[in-house]
Every structure is written in structure tokens, then in C-alpha cells.
Design a protein around this ligand. Structure first.
Ligand code: UDX
Length: 437
């Protein structure tokens, strides 16, 4: 393998660790920096603080190329490109909180041989502001590249190694060239690589906007199909058939047309709101995104109505929630539908039990008053109804005859249309999905 450029990665969350491990796998030495000394210590011991399939193994495989430190100087001494992957959580106003990004910018020395490569999702215009800050601080030689990240939790390693596209926004200088070079093996043959990734090399503002627009569009697709599902429930159509028929139109495509009980996670809710705010702050009222957010909030609550339809008032009813994470194969609870659902159920007087194979520790920090069960069968024992909240594979293969024996009631609400209705009904249970006529 030709010698690969060493890089720094600032922030060891999902994006930072996956980026670091991915570039180490491609042959770079990677200097990972985080202000959390405990986390860095654990990483040095080979303990990975997040659940992401394949990540522990990938880091172990590339252990000697990955260096962990709390001192940003280690990255500056060893690398020209400093990938920034710190959190940009929403503030009360819905704008992204850029304090962690600004802390990194402030810590940079005057240098004309370094560049910040922004992986964190930031509002369009952030790059311009940071370049202005660099100028004001006498660091105008410091380069800036926007390189938004599109990985999905749960399949982050595959997404890194097999990107649909790599977006690089820069001023056409050495730093942008160097970032493209790093990604080269993952790009298509047309771009000199042997991977599937198309390259979009553009200006900084456009690169920033690609990320926000892509996430907002995907969220819009989900809210759209959720509303179609709700109409299907009124009209007797089956949304799965409708989505299949729609998705075969190549202009629409089959992905992100799965109705359910709302989208969550660290990106969609935050980025939709951030784009709405960004538009609003620049004087444009982005009407559509208000609806995308509102539909998503209402969708989380529709389960309550479904339960009441089957059980009457929920006071004293036992409800089992299967799955708590915002989606399968992650322990991430950020903006998970289970947060709203468990709170609403308890407010309605229900007794809630819950099980998640991986996210329980995270869930315990956020959800009160719920009985955390040993496993799925324990959660649903004596339950009047069960709600599938997150479609972990192990719930698809439950023995429904055993489930029927253990439950006190018969109601099964499949919040992700992931179960086999015939198998559930065959065990004498009542099945209701989302938008299934
Ligand atoms: C998303 C984007 O997909 C990714 O490109 C970006 O970098 C970060 O945000 P992620 O949040 O990891 O990734 O999860 P994703 O698989 O996109 O799912 C987000 C939410 O949408 C989940 O709650 C999921 O259950 C929901 N979803 C997804 C649906 O309800 N229906 C669908 O058809 C797809």
C-alpha cells in the first residue's frame, strides 16, 4: 500500500471513531483527540464506548495505527488534516450549538500547513464564519474543508467503506486535494479509486447545505409515508403495497418509505430543525419542514390511540415495549420514539415494562418509572398489550404461541411493520401494524 497521510480526528463520538477507524483501516496513522480523559483512557485499553457492529474489531485490527490523547497538540504535531467530529446538539431555539466547534477553532495555532476538515453537521455558513475567525485571529493560513458525513448508525462501517458519494467543499487548495486523496480508494474508477463513491467537489457553503438538505429530504420522505399510512388506515389500503408500488418508480426509489412510529436519532430531528432555523434566521420561512416535524411528533403518539381502541382507557393496563433504541443495531436513545411513548403511556396511567437487547443502560438514564425486563418474554409476561417499538431481529422470531400463553391480553401493535401478521394472528393474538388497512 502506498504511504497514506496521517490525520487527526477531534471528537471520539460515533462519527469521530468510525472516521478514525475507517481511515486507519485504509492505512493512515490516526491521532484521536477528546477532552474526556476517561473516554480516552478506555479507548487506550481497547474499550469502545459505543455499540456499533464491527467497530470494536476494526479498531483492534488497526490498533497500532490509532493513537488516543486528550492533547490536541499530538494531532497538530503529527498531521496536517484535523477532522472535526465534535457534537453540535440543538439548543433551545433549535439552532445548532457550535460551542464545541468553536472551542476547537480557538485551540488552533497560526499555521499555514494545517487544515480543519469539518465532519460535524453545522449550519450552512459556518465555514465562512470560521475562516473569518481565523483571519481575525491572525491565522489566515489555516485551511478549511467541509466534508459532511452521511454514515448511518448500525451500518456505519459499511457506509464508511462503501459511500454513495463523498462531498468535499473547499477553496480549491492543497487541503481539499489532500482530503480527496484520502478518500481515493473509496471512489469510483473514474476518480482513480476502486470503490462505489461518486465525488462531489464543490464550494464550502454548498457542501454544508448538501448534508442538511439530504437529511431533511429523507426525514420528509418518512413523514410523507407515515401520513400515507395514516390515510391507508382510514381507507382500507395496505401501505406496504402502496410503498412498493411507489418505490418502483425510479424517480422515487424504495428506500426510506417504511412507515412506523416516527423517526428519531441524533441526526434527523436535529438537522430538520436546524435547517428550518437556518432558513428562518436568513429570512425564509421553510413551511414544509414545520409539517415534517409535526407529523413525526403526532406519529409517535398515535400508538396511544391504537391501544385505547383495543383496551379502552389505559389506567392500570400493562403495556410491554419491545425495543427502546431509536432504531435496531444501536444503543443510541437520542430522540427515540420510546421516550415519548413511555412517558405518554405512564401519563395515561398504564404500567410499562420494556426490553431492549443493547440500549437498556442508555435508556435507564432517560426513562423513569418503567420496569426494565430481563428479556422480551419477561417484558410481555402478564401484559395486556405489547408494542414493537424497535425492530431488532430477535423480536421477529418470537414464538408467538408462547407469547400468547404468557400475555394476559391479546393485543400486538407492530410499530415498525416488522412482524409476520399471520404468525401473530395464528397464535390467537390480535395484530395491528401501521397503515395496514
Ligand atoms: C441518518 C442518515 O440516514 C445518515 O445519512 C446521516 O448521516 C445521519 O442520520 P441515522 O440517524 O443513523 O442516519 O439512522 P437512519 O437509518 O437514517 O434512521 C433514522 C430514523 O428514521 C430511525 O428512527 C428509523 O427508524 C427511521 N426510519 C428510517 C423510518 O421510520 N422509516 C424509514 O423508511 C427509514
Amino acid at each position: 500500500m502506498a504511504e497514506r497521510e496521517p490525520i487527526g480526528v477531534i471528537g471520539t463520538g460515533y462519527v469521530g471513531l468510525v472516521t478514525a477507524a475507517g481511515f486507519a483501516e485504509l492505512g493512515s496513522d490516526v491521532y484521536c483527540i477528546d477532552i474526556d480523559a476517561g473516554k480516552i483512557e478506555r479507548l487506550k485499553q481497547g474499550e469502545i464506548p459505543i455499540y456499533e457492529p464491527g467497530l470494536t474489531e476494526m479498531i483492534a485490527r488497526n490498533r497500532e495505527r490509532m493513537h488516543f490523547s486528550t492533547d490536541i497538540q499530538d494531532a497538530l504535531d503529527n498531521a496536517r488534516l484535523l477532522f472535526v467530529a465534535v457534537g453540535t446538539p440543538p439548543t433551545y431555539s433549535g439552532d445548532a450549538d457550535l460551542s464545541a466547534v468553536h472551542a476547537v477553532v480557538g485551540a488552533m495555532p497560526a499555521s499555514d500547513r494545517h487544515a480543519l476538515v469539518m465532519k460535524s453537521t453545522v449550519p450552512c455558513g459556518t465555514g465562512k464564519n470560521i475562516k473569518r475567525l481565523f483571519e481575525e485571529q491572525g491565522k489566515s493560513g489555516f485551511r478549511y474543508v467541509s466534508c459532511p458525513e452521511f454514515l448511518k448508525e448500525g451500518s456505519a462501517i459499511d457506509d464508511f467503506l462503501q459511500p454513495d458519494r463523498v462531498v468535499v467543499g473547499d477553496d480549491g487548495d492543497w487541503a481539499g486535494d489532500a482530503v480527496v486523496e484520502l478518500y481515493r480508494p473509496l471512489l469510483t474508477a473514474e476518480h482513480g479509486g476502486e470503490g462505489p463513491g461518486e465525488l462531489v467537489r464543490t464550494d464550502i457553503a454548498s457542501a454544508e447545505m448538501v448534508k442538511l438538505a439530504a437529511n431533511a429530504f429523507l426525514a420528509t420522505k418518512i413523514s410523507f409515508i407515515n401520513e400515507i399510512a395514516n390515510v391507508c388506515e382510514e381507507t382500507g389500503a395496505d401501505v406496504l403495497e402502496v410503498a412498493k408500488g411507489m418505490g418502483l418508480d425510479s424517480r422515487i426509489g424504495p428506500k426510506f418509505l417504511q412507515p412506523g412510529i416516527g423517526f428519531g436519532g441524533s441526526c434527523f430531528p436535529k438537522d430538520v430543525t436546524a435547517l428550518k432555523q437556518l432558513a428562518g434566521n436568513s429570512g425564509y420561512h421553510f413551511q414544509l419542514l414545520n409539517s415534517v416535524i409535526e407529523v413525526n411528533e403526532l406519529q409517535k403518539r398515535r400508538v396511544i390511540g391504537k391501544l385505547e381502541k383495543h383496551l379502552g382507557p389505559l389506567v392500570g393496563k400493562r403495556i410491554a415495549l419491545l425495543g427502546l433504541a431509536f432504531k435496531p443495531n444501536t444503543d443510541d436513545m437520542r430522540e427515540a420514539s420510546s421516550l415519548v411513548l413511555s412517558a405518554r403511556l405512564q401519563a395515561a396511567g398504564a404500567l410499562v415494562s420494556a426490553f431492549d437487547p443493547i440500549a437498556e443502560d442508555e435508556a435507564r438514564k432517560l426513562i423513569q418509572g418503567v420496569r426494565f425486563a430481563e428479556d422480551a418474554l419477561d417484558a410481555l409476561t402478564d401484559a395486556d398489550a405489547l408494542v414493537l417499538v424497535t425492530e431488532w431481529d430477535e423480536f421477529r422470531t418470537l414464538d408467538w404461541t408462547q407469547v400468547a400463553r404468557l400475555m394476559a391480553g391479546t393485543t400486538v401493535i407492530d410499530g415498525r411493520n416488522a412482524l409476520d401478521p399471520d404468525a401473530v394472528r395464528g397464535a390467537g393474538l390480535t395484530y395491528e401494524g401501521i397503515g395496514r388497512g
